[in-house]
Write a protein that binds this ligand. Structure first.
Ligand code: HEM
Length: 430
């Protein structure tokens, strides 16, 4: 933080003095009076102070502050994913409303200016680092023994992390859907019963475009998916068919019956899996069963970016996909660390202070249900060997290269200067 005193110019004493008089001091700027007086030990109020309750409170407060920062970054990333300045403002204030949503439906936004991808990446990576910290932070609280916890646990009732508004907002803004939550968790709204502002914030977070929705719309516009142009999907399908046919031939050439059958079964099972992406209705059936999350178009975009990630223009998009997986993966790790800590503190048979079955409930949340970017994890199923990746046409290679004004040096030589104006922009990943 810039120090208001030391940043003054030495000889200008009056100015320094003025700053000192009117500028905020460290504690005032950070409202430390509020933050540092917000640790109210219930054990001290009801009986003898329990030393570890202080750590318990500080840890939760630290988590909530970091949740706030994550939500702040998340809102800004969602705003960057839509180019409309109005939406950007709304999302930043957590107030992306229905009219913004409609604008987006009309195609006014969803347009991601590629110059924003670096900023998006930077902020997603910041979220990733914060989450890493949060995963590790559990270990500090684990220095408290179950006996120490027992000494003040009864005073906490009915307070529980289940009532963390920011945690729910975070989940919703990422894209956790109500129908994917485990049963007990589907009625999480009831804990905010007496807090209309919290209910309102939750409803808004459920209605706004989540990060997942915005990412999917962006992926759908991946350059190269156009069927009347490069037609990646058609080419990729043919490569997959060729790959499976070669694998079938290899299997049939086996002399040992057992190995042959094993290999043929493997080819058939891979064929069936690939069918689920080439047949849109099979894909949609998996989406409605909650086994897949992305739209068909978004899945195509993600596969294309993954296969051609070495092309300059796909480098940052690919890193964005990795960061999204990191976020999902770190939240899962946090859930896991939290469950383990809960079992250590209260065992697996006690109810939680929030009224759930405690450990058993939390254990049930450790599933793919809560992975918003589940399809990105499963992309590896659809990878094909490098030599089978459809080669890029010269035009496509140019589209995916980064050069001044968007043209590669090759193209620049072949194109008249003025014809380069806006055409490349129209190829942007919008
Ligand atoms: C001694 C330490 C802790 C214990 C024993 C504990 C226990 C529990 C239990 C039993 C639940 C299930 C709901 C209920 O019935 O209460 C829960 C939920 C939760 N706790 Fe903790 N917790 C601890 C520390 C923390 C910390 C440090 C955080 C950080 C913010 C936290 C955040 C949460 C959240 C967000 C939930 C809701 C999870 C969900 O519904 O998916 N807990 N906790």
């Amino acid at each position: 933080m810039a120090c208001p005193v030391s940043s003054g110019i030495a000889e200008d004493h009056d100015q320094d003095k003025d700053k000192l008089m009117h500028g905020l001091l460290y504690g005032e700027y950070l409202h430390l009076d509020k933050i540092l007086s917000a640790q109210r030990l219930l054990s001290a109020e009801y009986s003898d102070e329990v030393h570890d309750e202080h750590l318990f409170i500080i840890t939760h407060q630290a988590y909530e502050l970091w949740f706030k920062q994550i939500i702040f970054e998340l809102d800004s990333v969602r705003a960057l994913f839509s180019s409309n300045a109005h939406d950007a403002h709304d999302a930043h204030n957590g107030t992306m409303n229905n009219s913004s949503a409609n604008n987006q439906e009309n195609g006014v936004s969803h347009v991601l200016n590629e110059t924003k991808t670096l900023e998006i990446l930077k902020r997603l990576n910041r979220i990733v680092l914060i989450l890493k910290l949060l995963v590790d932070q559990v270990t500090i609280l684990e220095t408290m023994t179950p006996l120490d916890f027992m000494a003040f646990r009864d005073y906490l009732c009915p307070a529980s992390g289940f009532q963390s508004l920011q945690f729910r907002l975070l989940e919703n803004k990422l894209g956790v859907k109500q129908e994917h939550r485990v049963k007990y968790n589907q009625s999480y709204m009831r804990v905010f019963g007496r807090d209309p502002a919290a209910i309102e914030a939750i409803k808004r977070s459920e209605e706004e475009h989540s990060l997942s929705t915005l990412v999917q719309r962006w992926l759908t516009r991946t350059p190269g998916l156009e069927t009347d142009d490069f037609d990646f999907w058609g080419k990729y399908k043919r490569s997959v068919e060729k790959m499976l046919s070669e694998q079938e031939q290899t299997a049939n050439a086996q002399t040992k019956q057992q190995i042959k059958e094993h290999l043929l079964a493997n080819v058939r099972s891979r064929q069936a899996v690939f069918d689920t992406i080439f047949n849109e209705s099979l894909h949609n059936a998996l989406v409605s069963r909650g086994e897949r999350r992305f739209s068909h178009g978004a899945l195509q975009g993600a596969i294309m970016i993954t296969l051609y990630r070495d092309e300059p223009r796909f480098s940052q998009p690919h890193q964005i996909l990795m960061a999204l997986m990191d976020i999902d993966s770190l939240i899962t790790k946090w859930r896991y660390n939290h469950v383990i800590m809960v079992q250590r503190m209260i065992g697996s048979q006690q109810l939680g202070t929030g009224g759930s079955s405690g450990y058993q409930y939390l254990k049930s949340t450790l599933s793919d249900r809560y992975k918003v970017f589940l399809d990105l994890f499963n992309l590896s199923t659809f990878l094909i060997p490098r030599h089978m990746i459809p080669p890029l046409t010269k035009q496509m290679k140019t589209k995916l290269s980064i050069a001044s004004n968007g043209w590669s040096s090759d193209e620049k030589q072949n194109k008249p200067e003025d014809s380069s104006s806006n055409s490349e922009n129209s190829l942007c990943m919008t």
